[in-house]
Design a protein around this ligand. Structure first.
Ligand code: BGC
Length: 417
């Protein structure tokens, strides 16, 4: 598909804006065996992750690609289970690996943004109760502090955790992710992936709701404790939390009320608990839901509404906290790459509009640099700017990545046909 691009320099971004893509360790690195997800895969409850993209050994090649695509920043996560494989025991070799990763970014003049924990838990922690544990906040703070102590000279921006609400609702309400607790009396539908069927075999019951509430509280306390511990040793490190925002809207009074309640429970309840412990907020945006909406929406490959421009509303929801915002993820699963360029263009334009309206947005990370392990859905959903052939591990840049390149390099919204 030929793509003709014209630069709309009238729609440019502030100087120094960060452009890049995001990845998460478990989803791309490969070879991580000692986590709750690896255990769940062994029990056939989720698809196996195995070698994933083998990014662990190929990060140089991947960063060369990102650099060639005009990125000046990159969001990555470090794997807790590699760094602290046993409770209180830290692995220097794991740290050395991530130092090499950060040096590779530095060599390419790409600013790193590290997420300290992105969903997967070391087995010793998950098996002993994970974020249900009363001492989870201290355990998490100790780990976070260690990461910043070891990597803080190579990175200024750390997010403590990715999407606490998604982690807790999938694990304790829907029962589709470890630890597979489900607040419902119906069974989960099983998932078929690459010809195999996986059953979450969730424990159902009302108790899951109470555990969910406890986990959400512990996650907020864990973030706050980590923030304080990091600041003690490194006051100048920018510490953020990455929040998944669903934009709920309604047009009439009743639906507006529903939307207000939904936004409260999904976003504000948690944000209010942590608002005094963030320097920046990370926004992950994927979902738009209008109550009372009868339209039949165009869908992405995830069956989510195709609404990239609504990122504007997501930014608005977070802007009430009066902190700088980083778009830490937004992107689309699009197997044949027919919709991705349009999606990117519209999410970037929505971000640009937000800046015009006074919102303090500092950067934009497309999800994702590479196709990767999409959690309980395995490898079939394709979010990457770069396609991965999982047989040969060959990388192939998708046409839409060049539209994004033009955006990054011109620091402005582009039009394409
Ligand atoms: C998560 C990613 C995930 C992406 C697409 C985000 O919620 O942070 O790990 O792959 O959404 O579903």
């Amino acid at each position: 598909m030929p793509v003709i691009i014209t630069n709309m320099s009238s729609k440019s971004f502030p100087e120094g804006f960060y452009w890049g893509a995001a990845t998460a360790s478990y989803q791309v690195e490969g070879g991580i065996e000692n986590t709750d997800w690896a255990k769940a895969a062994k029990d056939s409850r989720v698809p196996p992750c195995d070698m994933a993209c083998d990014h662990y050994h190929r990060f140089i090649q991947d960063f060369d690609i990102a650099k060639s695509l005009g990125h000046n920043a990159h969001r990555l996560s470090v794997e807790w289970a590699r760094i602290e494989p046993e409770e209180g025991v830290f692995d220097k070799k794991a740290i050395e690996h991530y130092r090499q990763v950060l040096l590779a970014l530095k060599d390419r003049k790409m600013k790193p943004f590290i997420t300290i924990w992105h969903f997967t838990l070391p087995l010793w922690f998950s098996e002993s109760g994970g974020f249900e544990r009363r001492d989870a906040p201290e355990i998490f703070a100790r780990y976070s502090k260690y990461v910043v102590q070891q990597l803080g000279d190579l990175c200024e921006y750390f997010s403590t955790m990715n999407e606490p609400s998604v982690f807790a609702s999938n694990g304790w309400l829907r029962g589709s992710w470890p630890p597979f607790k489900r607040f419902a009396l119906t069974d989960m539908v099983s998932i078929t992936n690459s010809g195999r069927t996986f059953e979450s075999k969730a424990n159902k019951g009302f108790g899951a709701l109470f555990l969910y509430l406890r986990v959400m509280r512990n996650l907020a306390d864990a973030h706050n404790a980590a923030y304080r511990s990091i600041k003690e040793i490194s006051p100048r490190t920018d510490v953020s939390l990455v929040k998944h925002v669903i934009v709920f809207e309604g047009k009439n009074i009743l639906n507006k009320l529903f939307a207000m309640v939904a936004n409260h429970f999904w976003t504000h309840r948690f944000m209010r608990r942590i608002r005094h412990h963030v320097d920046t907020i990370g926004l992950n945006y994927y979902f738009y839901k209008q109550f009372g909406d009868k339209r039949s929406w165009r869908k992405t490959d995830m069956d989510w509404n195709f609404a990239p421009e609504k990122i504007y509303e997501a930014l608005k929801i977070l802007s009430v906290y009066k902190k700088p915002i980083m778009v830490s993820e937004s992107g689309v699963a699009d197997d044949d790459d027919s919709d991705r360029a349009e999606y990117i263009q519209k999410q970037v334009e929505g971000t640009w509009r937000a800046i015009q309206d006074g919102m303090d947005v500092r950067g934009h990370m497309y999800w994702s640099l590479l196709d990767n392990y999409e959690w309980a859905l395995g490898f079939e959903k394709r979010f990457g700017l770069v396609e991965i052939n999982y047989q040969t591990l060959e990388r192939k840049i998708r046409p839409s990545a060049y539209v994004y390149k033009e955006i990054c390099e011109t620091n402005s919204v582009v039009e394409y046909k």
